[in-house]
Write a protein that binds this ligand. Structure first.
Ligand code: FAQ
Length: 318
């Protein structure tokens, strides 16, 4: 009987996916769909939270009060994005503490870009412009993902990311039009962040383990290479406006294709970074563990409050 029910539920699920209807937490879904969503969404949440560290590094050293206030609020936004995404992931039947444990034990990944250091103030401009810019290209596509809570989180997150992207570009613009030293700092930060930003879109489609099924289930709507190309095409004209040299000498407009050609990513570096051996992997996880431990008293207080409220309710009901 169970098998018949599941077969019927699978037909209904496939129909809803084909009809562009959202799958909601209480709906039946195949186990592999659920697992794949938990994997991608939790890694997305971890990226937002770990992504607070490289920029947080500059809050105390921002050059003006205005820049400090903007950066502080951006970093808080990223924390908020992590929280929406953890909540959305929990709706798939996994606990927050299991997700955090997977991150801290290295079972779950987070975006490779956050394993690079922020060496100068210009990195804050480059992150806002390039990293948030790449994240937006990916996340606009994910607004149409098939899982309702993920799609809705993306709509809100994209609004905030577009403010982040503009503040990053504004920093870059001012530096690129400032003193010789400032322009050199902007050029250096762009050069260092360019390739890791392209890596954010993941391996080539032909090497992407999850893309086939994720596209079939409409978890992913556009492929890694398609989105990477879109990002390159929209970003090159912005580099021209900044008046900086191209970070890749092979970036050239291809009239026939209607896209920019570009050089090859260093995939060996990419795999090293996603497998734990990037410049800052150790430091990022160490800091996360420390902060998580220091926050234990807050979680304990929340638990105690919830238990007290529950006891009150039980007493009233009795
Ligand atoms: N870094 O088969 P695929 C942000 C892993 S948010 C690390 O192609 P998939 C906001 C992948 O997980 C940035 N790992 O995988 C912000 C898989 O490993 P697994 C985060 C990567 O899932 C801005 C394996 O390689 N955004 O920046 C990376 O189909 C500024 C095979 O790859 C998202 O997470 C990578 N770059 O496609 C915050 C968006 N690429 O799980 C602060 C949602 C691949 O088998 C400051 N995620 N891997 O162990 C996605 O769209 C997808 O998961 C992809 C990868 C496109 C990232």
């Amino acid at each position: 009987m169970q098998k018949v029910d599941d077969a019927q539920a699978q037909i209904e699920f496939d129909r809803r996916i084909a009809d562009e209807q959202k799958i909601e937490p209480s709906d039946w879904m195949p186990d592999d769909y659920r697992k794949n969503l938990i994997r991608q969404m939790s890694q997305h949440a971890h990226s937002e939270v770990i992504g607070m560290q490289p920029e947080g590094n500059w809050i105390t050293r921002a050059p003006t009060l205005r820049r400090k206030a903007v950066l502080l609020s951006k970093v808080q936004d990223e924390g908020g994005h992590g929280l929406y995404l953890y909540s959305a992931t929990e709706s798939l039947g996994i606990t927050r503490s299991d997700l955090i444990q997977a991150l801290q034990t290295g079972m779950a990944k987070y975006a490779s870009i956050f394993n690079y250091p922020t060496l100068t103030w210009a990195d804050i401009g480059a992150i806002g412009w390039l990293v948030d810019g790449a994240a937006i290209v990916n996340q606009i596509s994910l607004q149409r993902t098939s899982y309702g809570p993920y799609a809705r989180a993306m709509v809100r997150i994209c609004k905030e990311e577009s403010f982040h992207q503009r503040q990053g570009y504004e920093i870059m613009y001012q530096l690129a039009h400032g003193s010789v030293e400032q322009k050199a700092m902007a050029q250096d930060a762009m050069n260092r962040n360019w390739w890791p930003s392209l890596m954010m879109f993941g391996p080539h489609d032909s090497d992407s383990a999850h893309s086939g099924r994720s596209m079939q289930w409409k978890i992913k709507r556009q492929s890694n290479d398609y989105l990477r190309q879109k990002f390159i095409d929209q970003t090159v004209p912005q580099i021209e406006v900044l008046g900086l040299d191209m970070p890749d000498p092979e970036l050239k407009w291809n009239e026939e294709k209607g896209h920019y050609d570009s050089g090859e990513i260093n995939w060996e570096e990419f795999y090293q970074v996603i497998n734990g051996s990037g410049p800052c992997n150790y430091q990022r996880l160490k800091h996360h563990k420390k902060a998580h431990k220091e926050g234990e008293w807050v979680r304990e207080a929340v638990r105690a409050y919830q238990e007290k409220q529950q006891a009150k309710q039980d007493k009233t009901a009795a």
